[in-house]
Design a protein around this ligand. Structure first.
Ligand code: GTP
Length: 597
């Protein structure tokens, strides 16, 4: 019965204890004995564990008995990174309430605020929860004030808990049952279910995790996915219990469950889409469905040129798994055949590159990430440019527009100066500065996305000793005074190293770029010039001196096996190199630009 169901999610900043709390709730509901608990059960992918970030939303169905009455608690997990904000929004749309978990020894962070706003837009009941009160540094009163000040949420009934030691967990469960409203769907209406997560399982194919709004989904039913316009048969249905997936003949109104449709492609069950009955369709799909948009683009090239087809196969397979990437073939004079791949953000890019290398055994070169520029040509057309080397010659376009974001930064006041300098260097325009308390400040900036795509996050962390937090959302395009900076190695332009930069900083960037490259380009048997140019004008130059020494000379020409070993070793080293004309460049040369200011 719907009135005994509670659908909720946890909103928390990274490291504030979301996974620990989720584990604790699972344990408290008796779903898993303490012995069966492996650390961080909610995180399932390897890469996720290593990075400590929840990438794909997972959910669990728990039973909690209050005053003799069993309740079904569906804990809807949300990804914890800005790259996956659309998935977060769909998870929140599936919930009726949210636990706002804030580390009582830290305070409100940028991402927490962004997610609370989405929760409020979805009319969720928000329960503030102060975690880590076992820590001596915990200051729940200060943090409550902060929540009230930043978000305007009444904290008089906020709960204090320790997910680690178990303090306050029972009260939390009781409060959750009392305060979070039960779902209110119409059981007699046609099937209407929101896909709020989907992923690929090697045995079962593409799986959709749904929240049923109206009616029910039944095994054997012919369903219709409204966004794709495709009909499928429901092969199986499951409830997501923490340790096992329990088969069920039906997922009822208000419930959460996994739908198996026997599909090979995750793109057929996209997050945000609506599932309905094929014969008795619901009138309107659940609002808010949108195709995810790639914000960051980079070229991916196999180091060994004959691996192009393998890379294509790998991308085809990954796409079945993760429909949020896009890719199309491109050629580079320097790197040969590869793909321009679109990602949701930088983390997403790292994850995909790592998966391609790890799961498909490919050695790849990634070019510096870039955003989509809009270029207005003299002929009046507007080009979308995702690769700097495609920028038309200067006399063929009128203006370049670049995407901007609204960035929110929260920091302890002691780092305020550093952060303002950083934001200025990155062309940020300050829109707001708000003291949340004498110790903490909230800043809002409008800033080009490209500046963030580079290494902004690492820089922010380093100038704030890791204390500042950050979130962003796109706000559209603005005209920029931008130029293309080319890099020449031994007189040859290397197209894969071209970047688009603001005219005012082109000179400095060019100089820093050639300096950084000088450190990376290994010495060759001849002198190598490294130059930066704008159009035909060279603006900076460095020279890599020649090696002038034969490495095998050491062997005195005597021992042939030793000589061969040395040559083999050199060859091994070369595998990770890419020949550009006569020069060998190591893999990391193509990301050098990320390392300079
Ligand atoms: P992401 O998965 O990265 O988003 O982080 P998270 O919010 O899930 O945080 P996680 O549960 O991984 O906890 C982060 C760290 O805080 C871990 O080292 C936990 O052991 C610790 N932690 C969580 N809850 C508590 C608590 O109540 N008290 C103390 N002392 N430490 C806690």
């Amino acid at each position: 019965m719907q009135k005994y169901i509670r659908n909720f999610c946890i909103i928390a900043h990274i490291d504030h204890g979301k996974s620990t709390l989720a584990d604790r709730l699972i344990q408290e509901c008796g779903a898993v004995s303490a012995r069966e608990m492996t650390a961080q059960m909610m995180d399932t992918m390897d890469i996720e564990k290593e990075r400590g970030i929840t990438i794909k939303a997972q959910s669990v169905r728990l039973t909690y008995v209050k005053d003799g009455q069993p309740y079904i608690l569906n804990l809807i997990d949300t990804p914890g990174h800005v790259d996956f904000s659309y998935e977060v929004s769909r998870s929140l749309a599936s919930s009726n309430g949210a636990l706002l978990v804030v580390d009582a020894s830290q305070g409100v962070e940028a991402q927490t605020i962004a997610n609370v706003y989405i929760a409020l837009e979805n009319n969720l009941e928000i329960i503030p929860v102060l975690n880590k009160i076992d820590l001596p540094a915990a200051d729940p009163e200060r943090v409550k004030d902060e929540i009230e000040h930043t978000i305007g949420l009444d904290c008089s009934e906020a709960l204090s808990v320790s997910a680690k030691s178990g303090i306050g967990i029972r009260e939390l469960l009781d409060t959750l049952v009392d305060k979070i409203p039960a779902p209110t769907g119409n059981e007699d209406a046609p099937t209407k279910a929101l896909i709020y997560d989907s992923w690929f399982d090697n045995y079962l194919g593409a799986l959709a995790l749904v929240r049923v709004y109206d009616g029910a989904i039944k095994k054997g039913q012919e369903v219709y996915v409204m966004g794709t316009g495709k009909k499928h048969e429901v092969l199986n249905l499951m409830y997501p219990h923490p340790l096992v997936l329990e088969k069920t003949p039906m997922i009822k109104t208000g419930e959460v469950g996994i739908v198996v449709l026997g599909l090979k492609n995750v793109g057929d069950v996209k997050v945000g889409d609506t599932i309905t009955d094929f014969r008795n369709k619901t009138k309107e799909p659940i609002p808010g469905f949108k195709e995810v948009k790639q914000f960051v683009f980079a070229g991916l090239y196999p180091i060994e040129t004959d691996k192009f087809e393998e890379l294509r196969d790998a991308l085809d397979k990954l796409k079945l798994n993760d429909s949020s990437i896009s890719y199309e073939p491109e050629t580079s004079a320097a790197l040969g055949f590869g793909f321009r791949v679109g990602f949701l953000g930088l983390l997403h890019m790292e994850v995909i590159k790592e998966r391609l290398e790890r799961e498909f055994d490919l050695d790849l070169i990634a070019t510096a990430p870039t955003v989509t520029y809009k270029v207005k040509t003299t002929k009046g057309t507007v080009l979308d440019i995702q690769n700097p080397s495609q920028l038309p010659p200067v006399n063929e376009f009128e203006e370049i527009q670049e995407p901007y974001v609204k960035a929110t930064v929260l920091t302890p006041t002691e780092f305020l100066g550093n952060i303002i300098i950083l934001m200025n260097n990155k062309r940020g325009m300050q829109k707001k500065m708000d003291y949340l308390s004498p110790e903490r400040v909230l800043l809002e900036y409008e800033i080009p996305l490209n500046e963030i795509v580079m290494d902004f996050y690492d820089k922010l962390k380093s100038v704030s000793k890791g204390y500042a937090s950050f979130d962003y959302e796109p706000i559209g395009y603005q005209v920029g005074d931008l130029v293309k900076l080319d890099l020449l190695v031994a007189g040859e332009p290397v197209d894969a190293l071209s970047i688009i930069v603001p005219r005012v900083s082109a000179q400095t960037r060019g100089r820093d770029f050639v300096k950084a490259m000088k450190e990376i380009v290994p010495r060759q048997l001849f002198e190598v010039a490294i130059q930066a140019s704008i159009g035909t004008k060279v603006i900076a130059r460095e020279t890599v001196k020649s090696m002038g020494k034969n490495v095998t000379a050491k062997c005195y020409g005597g021992d042939i096996t030793r000589k061969r070993k040395l040559l083999d070793k050199q060859k091994e080293g070369k595998k990770r190199m890419k020949s550009i004309g006569k020069v060998q460049l190591p893999q990391e040369a193509f990301l050098t630009i990320l390392k300079i200011d």
